[in-house]
Design a protein around this ligand. Structure first.
Ligand code: MG
Length: 194
C-alpha cells in the first residue's frame, strides 16, 4: 500500500479524526473500476483520505469534496497537494446543505453529519446522473442502528434514531434500489432506477 496513504491513516488515528474504514474504501474503489465511474461528489472530506484513495484509482477520476470543519479542510488541502491531485480533487469549504452544485455525478458518497443523511440525500440526488449511485457510510453506527430503544443517553439515542429513520427512508424510496452492506461501519448503496 501507498506509504503516504499509510501516513494519512496514522495522522487521523493520532488526531482522532474519523476517516473511512479501509474495507469501505476498498469496496468503493472496486465499484469505481467496475462501473467506470469518473465524476464523484463526496460530502464529508475529513482530511481527504477517501477522496485521495478514490482519485488514485485512475487518472480520469474527478472529485468534488465538501467539508465544513475548517481545520480538517485545511489539512485536506495540504494532503491533496502532497499527492499532486489538486487538479482532480476540488475541495469546498462549506456546510453541504448551504451550497448548490450544477454538476452531475456518477457517484455520491455521503459521509458527513449522520443526523443529516436524509437532508443530504434529498438535496444532492438532483446532482446524480441517470443510473448513478449514492453510497452512505456509517449506516450501522457501531452496531447501534436498530437498537435505539436500548440507548440510555438522549443525544446518542436521537442520533441513532435519525439513522434508523434514514434506513427506512431508503427502504421505501421507490426511485432507488438500496442494498445495505455490513462493510466497515455499514454502508447503503442506492442505485437510481431508470
Ligand atoms: Mg464515515
Amino acid at each position: 500500500m501507498n506509504k503516504e496513504l499509510k501516513e494519512l491513516e496514522k495522522y487521523a488515528l493520532e488526531k482522532n479524526i474519523p476517516i473511512m474504514q479501509k474495507e469501505t474504501v476498498t469496496y468503493i474503489k472496486k465499484l469505481i473500476k467496475t462501473y467506470n465511474i469518473e465524476n464523484i461528489l463526496e460530502i464529508g472530506t475529513a482530511i481527504g483520505y477517501s477522496a485521495i484513495s478514490f482519485a488514485l484509482v485512475n487518472e480520469n477520476i474527478k472529485i468534488t469534496s465538501v467539508e465544513k470543519d475548517q481545520a480538517r479542510f485545511i489539512q485536506a488541502v495540504k494532503n491533496v497537494k502532497k499527492f499532486k491531485l489538486s487538479d482532480r480533487i476540488e475541495l469546498v469549504f462549506n456546510n453541504a446543505l448551504e451550497i448548490s452544485l450544477n454538476k452531475k455525478y456518477d457517484l455520491i458518497v455521503i459521509d458527513a453529519a449522520k443526523a443529516k443523511n436524509t437532508d443530504l440525500f434529498q438535496k444532492f440526488q438532483t446532482n446524480l446522473k441517470k443510473g448513478g449511485v449514492i453510497i452512505t457510510d456509517n449506516i450501522e453506527f457501531h452496531g447501534l442502528v436498530g437498537k435505539s430503544k436500548t440507548i440510555p443517553g438522549r443525544n446518542l439515542r436521537n442520533l441513532v434514531r435519525k439513522i434508523e429513520n434514514y434506513v427506512d427512508y431508503l427502504k421505501y424510496n421507490k426511485n432507488y434500489k438500496t442494498v445495505f452492506l455490513s462493510i466497515g461501519d455499514g454502508i447503503s448503496v442506492s442505485k437510481k432506477r431508470d
